[in-house]
Design a protein around this ligand. Structure first.
Ligand SMILES: Nc1nc2c(ncn2[C@@H]2O[C@H](COP(=O)(O)OP(=O)(O)OP(=O)(O)O)[C@@H](O)[C@H]2O)c(=O)[nH]1
Ligand SMILES: [Mg+2]
Length: 289
């Protein structure tokens, strides 16, 4: 887990600040506050942390208090996810344009393939011309099967076909890529609703997992996205991408604290292996390791 922490910007900043400044220095609390807010840790949690460290004697004391606040904020992250007791597990990736849905799907396909699972992919982003090619390229790296139709096809029809095909071929998992959509676009949001409905009708109990894919650099702005998407689909958890390029990774705490959604995975780069299952305890420990 530590290997990805080196890529998480806000963690680096917070740690160096805590180590460099002495608690007795006048601007210590101001610096801490500024760093936490800049990392998009959120006003409420920043205040909680400041309150906690005000009575601290030394660095170790402050550190352990900060860790407790952070771990509490992430307490919902380790929720178990429903898994499929039937043959085929169906996993859907949703989110706004460019948040990293297709990349995350590729990374997850790669993980599952490495774990010995037979993977099918539904190319239900029929909006962008290059979307199917992007998936086929990803899938060709380890031999997953991509079910697609032409550009402009009804995404629900693609999903319907993909489920039939995945079942007929005894796949273990069907990963569904969807087009990026702005939460304010009613038509596209209705289309997403239809995709989910199609899945539920074809396979009772499905989709087994729905991941809301967020770009960490959107910070607190992503909260409103999550609220809109949450109205259409039962979101299992968040995949928080681009933690490598973001100074706002502190947003990870708000997802749990303010949205009551678990963070399931963290994406921290463009390589196929740059995805880590999120473990709250380990995450907080690693920030300060
Ligand atoms: N640095 C970094 N780049 C990422 C990460 N995840 C995705 N990207 C990049 O972000 C860009 C968009 O990624 P996609 O996976 O195509 O995003 P998408 O959500 O599928 O986009 P649309 O389908 O157009 O909505 C690509 O250039 C990816 O390489 C990440 O964790 N870190
Ligand atoms: Mg995509």
């Amino acid at each position: 887990v530590k290997e990805y922490m080196e890529n998480v910007n806000f963690a680096r900043k917070l740690k160096s600040l805590l180590i460099k400044t002495s608690l007795s220095e006048e601007d210590f609390y101001d610096n801490i506050e500024e760093t936490l807010l800049a990392a998009d840790i959120g006003v409420g949690m920043t205040q909680k942390i400041l309150e906690q460290i005000h009575s601290c004697k030394d660095y170790d004391d402050a550190l352990s208090k900060i860790k407790i606040v952070m771990k509490n904020a992430l307490a919902k992250s380790n929720q178990l996810q429903n898994s499929s007791d039937a043959g085929l597990e169906i996993v859907v990736f949703i989110g706004v344009n460019g948040s990293g849905k297709t990349t995350a799907l590729g990374k997850m396909a790669y993980r599952m393939h490495s774990a010995g699972k037979k993977i099918y992919i539904a190319a239900a982003d029929t909006f962008r011309a290059a979307a199917v090619e992007q998936l086929k390229m990803l899938a060709s790296r380890f031999g997953a099967h991509v079910v697609s139709q032409g550009q402009g096809a009804d995404p629900s029809a693609v999903v319907f076909d993909a489920i039939a095909s995945a079942k007929a071929n005894k796949a273990d998992v069907l990963l569904v890529d969807t087009a990026g959509r702005l939460h304010s676009n009613d038509n596209l949001m209705r289309e997403l609703e239809k995709i989910i409905r199609t899945i539920s009708k074809s396979e009772p109990g499905a989709p087994h997992r729905v991941y809301l894919v967020l770009d960490a650099s959107c910070g607190q702005n992503a909260l409103s996205q999550a609220i809109f998407f949450g109205k259409l689909a039962n979101i299992t958890g968040v995949i928080l991408n681009k933690m490598d390029g973001s100074a706002k990774g502190g947003f990870v705490f708000s997802i749990n604290d303010e949205l009551a959604l678990p963070v399931s995975y963290i994406g921290y780069g463009e390589k196929i292996s740059d995805l880590a299952a999120f473990d709250a305890e380990a995450f907080v420990e690693d920030i300060f390791a």
